[in-house]
Design a protein around this ligand. Structure first.
Ligand code: SF4
Length: 324
């Protein structure tokens, strides 16, 4: 690890100002991913701004929804009564993520900012356009069992590893950020980005901006389920995950919101499947058709071809479990 300067920020403005003065610096909160990145030399910030003292830990209810501070701890959000009662999908997704120890350290903002777990990204001797633009993509013709089948580019086929973010994408959340130019909101589905020509950029944050919180609007979803398929029962990233939120009334699907993890560079909303399901009766045949529609544009890269078969099965299973 290289030497770096360490400072503690006492306000959001102080944190933003501190980063503006040293653009090669970065924020640290739980550090559950950042420390690994620094130890391996993947990320080398010259200044670390500790934001743990900022007043961004609250979970608060308003007339329209619930806001969660960026520094709220994952395990506390998962167990919070407001969250469990209003957004059981989010609690389920948290419970599926990482390990209890990591959930007790990781923050909501950090969960959003975590980097891909692509092997080549963490190995500084290997080519990786995300770590070092222009060096190539080791995974494209290499070990790519965990990699994306949707929204890829020739530059990068990595996936975003979060479970929480998949649920927040399905729940139509909004991200609140603050920067030198002031505050702004970003739709959660617009926060993470596809790799395109610039896979080194994971999200749409402007330079120097900090995440201050996430707001989830109240909804009428009465059937929710988070399905995670992984290599072992705990402490493993998703091969595939599916977040399902449905409003069902008198046997008819009134609203549907579906997102997937482990398949793209960002949480992947299944908009074609959602459109198909809305207004139709609850029926296994319709679930299968929706799962089929969700596969539009899917592409395998060899070792991850199994996902092409597994994804529609997983969508069907998540829908079936949601209504059970
Ligand atoms: Fe790097 Fe992305 Fe290729 Fe992995 S998939 S090696 S992160 S460019």
């Amino acid at each position: 690890m290289i030497n770096f300067e360490y400072i503690r920020a006492s306000s959001v403005k102080a944190a933003v100002d501190a980063l503006a003065k040293n653009p090669t610096g970065g924020f640290i909160a739980g550090g559950t991913n950042l420390i690994d990145l620094m130890k391996r030399g993947v990320t080398v910030p010259t200044r670390l701004i500790d934001i743990n003292n900022l007043p961004l830990k609250e979970i608060e209810e308003s007339k329209t929804g619930i806001s969660i501070g960026a520094l709220a701890i994952n395990s506390e959000v998962a167990e919070n009564e407001l969250i469990k009662n209003n957004f059981p999908l989010l609690s389920m997704a948290f419970a599926a993520g990482a390990s209890p120890q990591l959930r007790n350290m990781a923050t909501v903002g950090g969960n959003m900012m975590q980097r891909t777990r692509c092997t080549y990204f963490y190995d500084t001797t290997m080519p990786c356009n995300k770590r070092q633009p222009g060096t190539g993509c080791g995974a494209l013709n290499g070990y790519n069992r965990m990699h994306a089948i949707f929204g890829t580019s020739e530059k990068c086929i990595a996936v975003h590893p979060s479970d929480m973010c998949v649920a927040l994408a399905a729940l139509n959340a909004t991200v609140e950020v603050s920067g030198i130019k002031g505050e702004r909101k970003i739709l959660f589905t617009d926060f993470h980005r596809l790799p395109g020509e610039t896979p080194d950029k994971d999200n749409t944050l402007q330079k120097g901006e900090i995440i201050t919180g996430v707001t989830i609007p109240f909804n009428s979803f009465n059937k929710n389920y988070y399905l995670k398929i992984r290599d072992r029962a705990s402490y493993a990233f998703a091969l595939i995950s599916v977040a399902v939120a449905l409003e069902i009334k008198d046997g008819i699907i009134k609203k549907a919101s579906l997102a997937m993890g482990g398949v793209a560079h960002k949480p992947w909303r299944l908009t074609d499947a959602e459109k198909y399901l809305i207004g139709r009766p609850v029926d296994p045949g319709h679930f299968q058709k929706a799962a089929y529609l969700a596969m539009k544009g899917a592409k395998g890269y060899g070792q991850n071809n199994f996902k092409l078969k597994m994804v529609p099965i997983a969508i069907n299973e998540a829908l079936t479990k949601a209504i059970a």
